[in-house]
Design a protein around this ligand. Sequence first.
Ligand code: FES
Ligand SMILES: [Fe+2]
Length: 444
Amino acid sequence: MTVPFGIEVSDRIPKQRYYDADFFALEGERLWSRTWQMACRLEEIPDARDFVEYRILDQSVVVVRQDDGSVAAFQNACRHRGVELVQGRGRCGKAFVCPFHGWRYDVDGTNVAVTQKRSFAEHNLDPADLDLVPVQCDTLAGFAFVNLDPAAPPLRESLEPTASALDAWKVGSLRAEWWCAARLPVNWKLAVEAFVEMYHVVQTHPQLVIPTRFGMRDGAEFDPAAFVDADIEYLRAMSEGMAGMCPSTDVAVAESLRGIALPSEAKAAITLWNRTLNDAVVDWHRARGHDVPDLNDLEDRGLNLTFFHGFPNFVVLPMYSGASAYRFRPLGPEETLMEIWSLERVPEGTARPAPRAPEWWAVDDPRWPPIPTQDFANLPRQQRGLHARGFEYMRLSAGLEGHIANCHRVLDGFLAGLPHDRLLPAVQEVNQYPFERPILDLPL
Ligand code: FES
Ligand SMILES: [Fe+2]
């Protein structure tokens, strides 16, 4: 079928895709109902029968730890008259009990009691038709994911090559340090797109500007000590600006290396500094019993990247020993819930309280660290600007914003109702390091 406001010129994105009510409804029907979505952190459901409710638009899913430690998911609707069985989070005792007429379901979704059963006609009591409706569910890198489409390909395939990269980074052994939520008055794609290009960094985050990082001014001679100072300054700005993007303990490790002797040639000095810092961070964590990957090995394998996208709405940003994770969920055509997790290394086997769902902060809440504050300042202005009568489409830089263009074309593949076997290779193409990615000839 033809997609309304579809992408016709790959680097031009029609503005209606960010607010049109019918376009938004089509995304609900054809994108969110068919893609893998991060439903919770496994830490939220540490013990058998712990559950959390995952909401996406008008759909609610119960994600519940089974008695054997696996995780299963069900549509959150009683098979009698549809009441949502659970709200929020909790622990299923002997059974999930519907609050309306008391039907009961075991933790694996099996219906175990219909009250006043003899009052129902036989055709309404077919056992195969009384259990909770299962939802595809799988775990990866410390998260549980769900997919409302029983025909969707498995999670791991749908998340590659990000899935393998997260394994290599040992993201699964990170634990939540904090978890925040922002209610953004913008379309979910606008929110995602604010984080998947580096083009905005110079103007939006001047404290992160790269040239100062290298201790070089145009034409000036390379100064290794100035380079080290600039790199530590950059790490500190990332750490204070975004917490888990660079744990403060890693900044302290860098600080302890400040006096290190480096060659005067730039490339050799930068390589030696990076490799020394990587090893020092790894040693620091291993000495404390943390499960941390060999960062130089990741470097050698081309995996020492700071950004991994899981189409459509999941992002992990590792840096040294820690990581941030983002999840973007649409609340309405012009409203998005963005959640941010800061993840840190802890000694293996450490017991920690289960993280609790955060209150939703506004974009201008003073509690946001400096880096998201800067990003959030632009977003509402952009959403309003899109409505300008004279503004028709976003014009993307093919060299710097290709990833955004690629994601829109994959979205159109979903909205056109293409089968999964055609979508999967394109999804894997956009589950890649997004920065400076060219506009691709996607296999759609
Ligand atoms: S709606 Fe659940 S028991 Fe009636
Ligand atoms: Fe930013």
